[in-house]
Design a protein around this ligand. Structure first.
Ligand code: NAD
Length: 484
């Protein structure tokens, strides 16, 4: 199986190669086979990408928003028309099952292109009357934005960042994760085919150092990172040095609180989706499942039966529910967390081992019960199919324990009591919350974290603030009153 792109990078409207850059091997996680060989961007290529973006952005900012929108909408249609091929490529890049990549990854990216195409022409300033004199404001693009992606939703992330950036008149240089470099190149191709002027969306490959090189370029106005908290701290600090705008979409350890009166099947289904979708490699996952004591035994027995019925296997098979983890390194990390959970006294309900039938990086869907707040799996982001179930008695206790973390990305509550649902959500420190649902992230809704989980928001009207800046223009209508 091969998925070799025409070249490693896409700069100024065309594929570009420079074999002087260190090699990146792209591995299909279901088999461990190398499916493509790419090169990291050299300083010369980074320079070309930023120069192309800088040049193209000026004319783009002066283009009517409806014209920009038309191109993005065309690109969205092309993504949908090529859905099956793109889903297959995403599965090869990430190992996620085709039944997910068909409905979640690129489709959600296409939604973002369509949404920001519709939104951009409606973005206007305001007029502030001062009785004669007045002020008007203009929302201007920031300029050249850098996007840096994680490996768990590579194509969705490329779309979620580039769609608002481009729709609002910016250019972007995007660096995908070195683990999943393929999807962003397809997006660059599609944008060009849809009529986007060359230089507005460039893809450069590389590890962290390439990302670091982009952020400190004086022509760059903003960086939007999706990644872990430790990387976020470094990128935020590097951006601060040049006073650049930032959006930080970072990790989490989100609480999912299930009250006794919750619908049992819905609660079990949500907890599974919140821990096993994409083999648990979702930033907003509800990985601390707080179950009220009255629901606990029924919840665990239903959960165990359903988890054991999950189908692991060839991600390209329509019937497969869960694929492998993205890499050997991630496999080692997740197995380490499973071993630690056992050693620290968590009770294994199901899973807890590699899935034997495969050569790839498969881990069984795993559930630990009797997890306490001080255990490592209750505190650190595992990023694998490992659910931690914690018991609680009272509402106040659940809220306090849910908030006792440095993270604040997401949170969910399941209950039949509507006033309780809103009361609890009102007290949770999390940027993205659900009531009787989990992990649904439509482009219409702002998405992002509080506390260490990030700053800024992607999607929704909120994203406009993060890809534009306000210019305030005072207009004097009378004589200048100078006292000297
Ligand atoms: P990571 O932090 O290791 O890497 C993220 C990206 O940053 C990669 O492209 C990497 O090459 C780059 N990078 C690394 N060091 C850098 C540096 N010093 N300067 C610039 N760029 C640098 O994260 P990952 O392992 O790719 O992804 C998993 C993490 O991402 C998890 O913590 C997950 O929660 C988080 N995530 C968050 C969201 C969200 O929207 N909040 C979404 C998906 C994933």
């Amino acid at each position: 199986m091969k998925a070799q792109p025409a070249a490693s990078h896409f700069i100024d409207g065309a594929y570009v190669e420079d074999t002087a850059g260190a090699v990146i091997e792209v591995i299909y996680p279901a088999t461990g086979a190398v499916i493509a060989r790419l090169h990291e961007a050299t300083p010369a290529l980074i320079e070309r990408a930023v120069a192309a973006a800088t040049r193209a952005q000026t004319a783009w900012a002066a283009t009517r928003p409806v014209e920009r929108a038309r191109i993005l909408r065309r690109a969205a249609d092309m993504i949908r028309d090529r859905g099956e091929d793109l889903a297959r490529l995403e599965t090869l890049d990430t190992g996620k099952p085709i039944q997910e990549t068909r409905v979640a990854d690129w489709p959600s990216g296409a939604d973002a292109l369509e949404y920001f195409a519709g939104l951009a022409p409606t973005v206007t300033g305001e007029t502030i009357p001062l009785g004669g004199d007045f002020v008007y404001t203009i929302r201007e693009p920031l300029g050249v934005c850098v996007g840096i992606g994680a490996w768990n939703y590579p194509s969705q992330i490329a779309c979620w960042k580039s769609a608002p950036a481009l729709a609002l008149g910016n250019a972007m240089v995007f660096k995908p994760s070195e683990v999943t470099p393929l999807g962003a190149l397809k997006l660059a191709e599609i944008y060009i085919e849809a009529g986007l002027p060359a230089g507005l969306f460039n893809v450069v490959q590389g590890r962290g150092a390439v990302g670091a090189g982009l952020i400190t370029d004086p022509r760059v106005a903003k960086v939007s990172l999706t990644g872990s908290v430790p990387t976020g701290r470094k990128v935020y600090a590097a951006a601060a040095e040049g006073m650049r705008h930032v959006t930080m979409e970072l990790g989490g350890k989100s609480p999912l609180i299930l009250f006794d009166d919750a619908n049992l099947d819905d609660a079990v289904g949500a907890a599974m989706m919140a821990n096993f979708y994409s083999a648990g490699q979702v930033c907003s996952n509800g990985t601390r499942v707080f179950v009220q004591r009255g629901l606990k035994e029924a919840f665990l027995s239903r959960l165990k039966a359903r988890a054991q019925a999950m189908v692991l296997g060839d991600p390209l098979d329509d019937a497969t529910h869960m694929g492998p983890l993205v890499s050997e390194a991630q496999l080692a990390k997740v197995m380490g967390y499973i071993d630690t959970a056992k050693a620290e006294g968590a009770r294994l309900i199901t899973g807890g081992a590699r899935a034997a039938a495969n050569t790839g990086y498969f881990v069984q869907p795993t559930v630990f019960a009797d997890v306490t707040d001080d255990m490592t799996i209750a505190r650190e982001e595992v990023f694998g199919p490992v659910m931690a179930v914690l018991d609680f008695d009272t509402e106040a206790e659940a809220i306090a324990r849910a908030n006792a973390t440095e993270f604040g990305l997401a949170a969910g509550v399941f209950t039949a009591d509507i006033t309780r649902a809103h009361r609890v959500i009102g007290q949770l420190q999390a940027g993205t919350c659900w009531i009787n649902a989990y992990n649904l992230t439509p482009v219409e809704a702002p998405f992002g974290g509080m506390k260490a989980s990030g700053v800024g928001r992607e999607n929704g009207h909120a994203a406009v603030q993060h890809y534009t800046q306000v210019k305030s223009v005072y207009v004097g209508m009378g004589p200048v009153d100078a006292p000297y």
